[in-house]
Write a protein that binds this ligand. Structure first.
Ligand code: UDP
Ligand code: MG
Length: 318
């Protein structure tokens, strides 16, 4: 190999919420893969306020395995916050965020590390197909990526989740983004750096159930658009300008018509239709403004993204 190999710890960052049935299979699958790499590694689990046996299981694992560490959050903060916590506490030279449900294949870790060794700072895992997703979900995902790639100022890679390898310098950049609305697809893509891609097919969940019903995904998509684009605000400048332009034309036409043909009283239905239509338009505009105002409100409060209840496996200094 010509490129200088990158030494140092490999960190796996794993958010967990009510995953008591997924943890053992995850450990069983990932351990041989990590051991085979022949480098130091750590697995940092973040318990996102689970109400089942997840936390005791993780703590037991951490007490018997030196390379397993656990951060326990005070309540459920959501996957994005849990992943943010994980990125704050990992100490690796390279970091791979993974879901615990084995939907992110462990076989990809070795090729990711190889590409990182060869010089890539980010190695994305690109989902080739979504054969296990419902048609509606696939279709919605397509539409979302098309929309956001048009609207957002930074390129957000299509069909790439949080599963990726990031070099330490990329993680440090990601950690500088303080926003409270954690649209991770965008946040992780924001730093850029030299990026490589690996293709894979996403398998179905091994155990437990997904916490992402369709309505939640829809809200997540809106979060993405409102967090990474101001186009929805700007569009009102265009709509307003176009409407004013047409209104002026219509006004002139009405004046001329009145001067030439005299006053023409009928027109109740059309007046009502116009009023209702424009009230609708104005309310949509207000709603969009509200979306951004709400986000400014959340940011201005400056509350922490997550709260840590306890840490296990991080040594005595904690
Ligand atoms: N997760 C979490 N907090 C939550 C929801 C999910 O930490 O509030 C974790 C979950 O335990 C899993 C990962 O995030 O490790 C992905 O969750 P899920 O499998 O439900 O999402 P999907 O794969 O359907 O996108
Ligand atoms: Mg999953």
């Amino acid at each position: 190999m010509n490129a200088p190999p990158r030494p140092g710890l490999l960190s796996i960052a794993v958010p967990c919420f009510n995953e008591q049935h997924s943890i053992q299979p995850f450990i069983a699958a990932i351990t041989p893969v990590l051991e085979a790499l022949g480098r130091r590694y750590e697995i940092v689990f973040v318990d996102d306020g689970s109400t089942d046996n997840t936390l005791p299981l993780l703590v037991a694992l951490a007490s018997t395995h030196a390379h397993i560490k656990v951060i326990s959050l005070t309540r459920n903060f959501g996957k994005e916050a849990a992943l943010t916590a994980a990125l704050d506490f990992v100490s690796g030279a390279a970091v791979i965020p993974m879901d615990v449900d084995l939907q992110d294949p462990v076989e990809l870790i070795a090729p990711m590390v190889a590409k990182w060794q060869a010089g890539a700072d980010v190695v994305l895992a690109h989902r080739q197909s979504r054969p296990n997703d419902a048609v509606v979900k696939r279709w919605a995902a397509r539409l979302f990526y098309r929309l956001i790639s048009k609207l957002s100022a930074i390129p957000i890679p299509e069909n790439v989740g949080d599963f990726r390898l990031m070099d330490r310098k990329v993680v440090d950049c990601v950690r500088q983004l303080p926003e409270k609305t954690r649209f991770m697809k965008g946040i992780l893509a924001w730093p850029g750096f030299q990026t490589e891609t690996i293709e894979f097919t996403r398998p179905p969940r091994q155990a437990g159930s997904s916490k992402w019903p369709l309505w939640k995904l829809f809200n997540y998509a809106l979060d993405g658009i409102f967090s990474f684009s101001t186009a929805p605000l700007r569009v009102w400048t265009y709509i307003g300008s176009a409407l004013s332009f047409f209104s002026l034309g219509y006004f002139l036409w009405v004046v001329v018509k009145t001067l030439v043909l005299g006053i023409d009283v009928p027109g109740y239905a059309s007046t009502l239709a116009v009023i209702l239509f424009f009230n609708g338009i104005i309310l949509i505009g207000l709603g969009i403004l509200g979306e951004y105002l709400g986000r400014v409100f959340i940011e201005v409060k400056g509350r922490p993204i997550y709260l840590v209840r306890s840490k296990v496996g991080f040594g005595n200094k904690d």
